[in-house]
Design a protein around this ligand. Sequence first.
Ligand SMILES: N[C@@H](CCC(=O)NCCCC(=O)O)C(=O)O
Length: 250
Amino acid sequence: MRSPVVLVPACVNQIGAHPYHTAQLKYVAAVADGARCTPLIVPALGAATDFEALLALADGVMLTGSPSNVHASLYGEEVLDPSLPQDAARDATTLPLILAAIKRGIPLLAICRGFQEVNVALGGTLHQAVHRVPGMADHRENKEHTLDRQYAPSHRVLLDPGGRMAQILDGAAEIMVNSLHGQGIKQLAPGLAAEARADDELVEAYRVADAKGFTLAVQWHPEWRFSENPDSVKLFRAFGDACRAYKAAR
Ligand SMILES: N[C@@H](CCC(=O)NCCCC(=O)O)C(=O)O
């Protein structure tokens, strides 16, 4: 029997003289080895994407992190810092894909930029620079540190005791997470339920409250060396199980 297919939308990145569709290995590996599903990287073709064709293949969707920001115009703001990277082709692909996947009840796991994308797709807004908001912490990584240090757990999040995440993590009340983002949730979209918050109250995880299928979005990076972190192992296993159940029920 074939394994569930999980769509992993690509970014567009310039490498040398040419633009490429790219997906980082760590995300693809977490789908393959953590969720035990077959990752299928989706090119960022925007409106030229045949979403119906893709969703007919999909048993799950995983949205990755990326250094680029969701374009501020998509939540009604001017871009505050145009020097930061953007990826209009990814926005034009992921936002419609998110809406279509949720409507179909396809399991959805969203990480970092993906977490921000789902919120914007559903009508929420973002802080463009969390660290400039009075009372909020700086959630960015120090780029001068080694990667191991950048992706090391750096702060706690408190889990909603009645939430899906707490259930997946065997009733944990809080966990330590890494933190590599400048933007964050300002206004949670209608229909999203917060699952975890940092000590400065920033939403760090949520689900789509009335979704037919599994939905979880996290601001941190569970894909980083996931096999060394029991919480990340449980999260990818739960996502994979949801994809297997979706596939079985088709
Ligand atoms: N641009 C957003 C998104 C942050 C994000 O996804 N960072 C991860 C980049 C590298 C990786 O994929 O590990 C923000 O800064 O808030």
